[in-house]
Design a binder for this molecule. Structure first.
Ligand code: ATP
Length: 256
């Protein structure tokens, strides 16, 4: 589905953020991406989204080289307050990408309501973003991605700006919608527990310039819950291993 080969990205100031990264993601997998702070995770995601042009290597989506923003892709960023338009209702925010896609008005409304329903915000369509809590606004951003029905969903630290309880709720929401919609998802997160809890695989990146230093399958049942999954010895062992690898990547930075 997604094939990243030898991906490299250097910024105009010469900073090499990504240095020869290879990653293959099969359809309907949820792959968590973690790594030391500033290692190049967002740069990788932006190259996959076609928002940044690689300076080396290539990204292929369903066999085609990504050269601009692909039509079958949606992105959810951390900063929901900047990704929703305050002058549009929740329903119109969710429907906006569908409008750009040329979907007829009645169908846009139906898909927007359906997506809001899926994220537990039925009835909120006529409100404005500023009338909702941070966690609810991030649900709207997720609903907007769902309404679009992308084959690939990219999420860049999507739950980084909400409180711990809301974060857990949104992680569970992600697992639910993912089971229903059968999308392929790449999730960048700083939270090692989260990477294991929601992932089918956890990919660990090295310090900048980023490349893959580990690609670990998550050996946990598909059905997960915040209490028993986090107490599962397999969860505990994998979380510790990912933590060691991420810290190893950071330590490497200090010794260079
Ligand atoms: N526009 C830019 N120009 C120059 N350097 C940049 C630019 N954007 C990012 N960088 C640098 O590239 C490196 C990778 O940045 P990126 O945001 O991809 O990392 P990240 O792993 O997502 O960071 P974080 O862990 O803080 O979220 C960082 O050292 C960053 O300072």
């Amino acid at each position: 589905m997604l094939e990243i080969s030898g991906l490299a990205h250097s910024y105009p100031d010469g900073h090499r953020a990504v240095g020869g990264l290879d990653l293959r993601v099969d359809a309907q997998q949820l792959v968590s991406i973690v790594g030391p702070s500033g290692c190049g995770k967002s740069t990788v995601l932006r190259c996959v989204a076609g928002l940044q042009r690689p300076t080396g290597g290539e990204v292929r989506l369903d066999g085609a080289v990504v050269e601009g923003v692909p039509g079958n892709l949606a992105v959810v960023f951390q900063d929901y307050s900047r990704s929703l338009f305050p002058w549009l209702t929740i329903r119109d925010n969710v429907a906006l990408p569908l409008r750009r896609r040329g979907v007829a008005r009645a169908e846009r409304r139906r898909l927007a309501e359906q997506a809001l329903n899926e994220v537990g915000l039925d009835g909120a369509g006529a409100k404005y973003p500023w009338q909702l809590s941070g966690g609810m606004q991030q649900r709207v951003a997720i609903a907007r991605a769902l309404a679009y029905k992308p084959s690939l969903l990219l999420m860049d630290e999507p739950f980084g700006s909400v409180d711990a309880q809301t974060r857990e709720d949104l992680e569970d929401l992600l697992l639910q919608v993912r089971a229903r919609e059968r999308m392929t998802i790449l999730l960048v997160t700083h939270d090692i527990d989260e990477s294991v809890y929601v992932g089918d695989r956890v990919v660990v990146l090295s310090r900048s310039p980023a490349r893959v230093i580990a690609d670990l399958p998550v050996d946990l049942p598909g059905q997960r819950d915040q209490i028993s999954t986090r107490a599962d010895p397999r969860f505990v062992a994998l979380r510790a291993e990912v933590g060691r690898l991420v810290r190893g990547g950071s330590l490497q930075k200090k010794t260079v």
